[in-house]
Design a protein around this ligand. Structure first.
Ligand code: ATP
Length: 241
């Protein structure tokens, strides 16, 4: 179980991106965070994965815990070894490396060879296209395939919690549907998911619980069905899809 408790984050000591965010992801759940541009969604994932410092950001107050132990907010490697893996917005795959090399890079933190082989089989089962195209450079894949590679690379570390930052961004509706199905399957296999999305339709169709972030604060939370039925979510997010 991940708990984020009253977390405040700033960038460069001036921009207050999170102003006291509290939320939780129960073991094995899919939880969605919705919000418009600049609401602080990516910041939340960076705070959890310990990668804020790369952006001159820092946690000013609050606590992030996994299974009742603090996550060291400035040490991404330790956080990956604790089982939390972040797929950043914009995929960030290695375009000059092959699909296989990208997957291998994701498995570097996983020192158990048998576990790594199982993870690769799992990735190939979830995304047969990555097996077919394993010798091709990442840059030659379509946007949807690159998103699949980014998720597959994260799964190579055998996470118990996957942090997904806007996996639907820039993808066609049919491909967004496939990504949604794959998230459901990854979760069915036992991995919890914290899903950041602007596409509320997709996010609320795969999540059990959801939160809305608004200028660094949680403005709404509840079950996915409650949020899908709320006037605010209808007006701000569902009308636009
Ligand atoms: P988007 O979907 O547009 O990425 P978001 O909800 O993920 O939006 P964040 O990227 O977390 O929002 O940004 C939250 C706030 O922090 C915004 O005001 C943004 O301008 C600011 N911010 C984000 N990254 C930085 C940074 N590296 N330096 C300074 N300010 C930043």
């Amino acid at each position: 179980m991940l708990t984020v408790d009253d977390v405040h984050v700033s960038y460069g000591g001036v921009v207050q991106a999170l102003r006291g965010v509290t939320l939780s992801v129960p073991n094995g759940a899919v939880v969605a965070v919705l919000g418009s541009n600049g609401a602080g969604k990516s910041t939340l994932l960076r705070a959890i994965s310990g990668t804020l410092r790369l952006q001159s950001g820092r946690i000013d107050a609050g606590r992030i815990r996994l299974d009742d132990r603090d996550l060291p907010g400035t040490d991404p490697g330790t956080i990956v070894r604790r089982g939390v893996v972040h797929v950043p917005e914009g995929r960030r795959i290695f375009g000059r490396l092959t699909v296989e090399e990208n997957l291998r890079a994701g498995g570097l933190a996983n020192s158990d060879r048998a576990a790594k082989a199982r993870a690769r089989d799992r990735v190939h089962d979830l995304f047969p296209v990555l097996k077919e195209r394993r010798t091709q450079r990442g840059a030659l894949l379509s946007g949807g395939e690159q998103q699949m590679l980014a998720i597959g690379r994260a799964l190579m570390a055998d996470p118990k919690l996957l942090l997904l930052d806007e996996p639907s961004l820039g993808l066609a509706p049919r491909v967004i549907g496939q990504i949604g199905e794959v998230i459901t399957e990854i979760n069915r296999q036992g991995t919890a998911v914290l899903l950041i999305e602007q596409n509320a339709t997709m996010a609320l169709s795969v999540a059990e619980q959801a939160y809305v972030l608004d200028v660094g604060r949680v403005s709404l939370s509840g079950t996915a069905a409650e949020l899908a039925g709320s006037d605010e979510v209808q007006r701000l997010y569902l009308g636009q899809d």
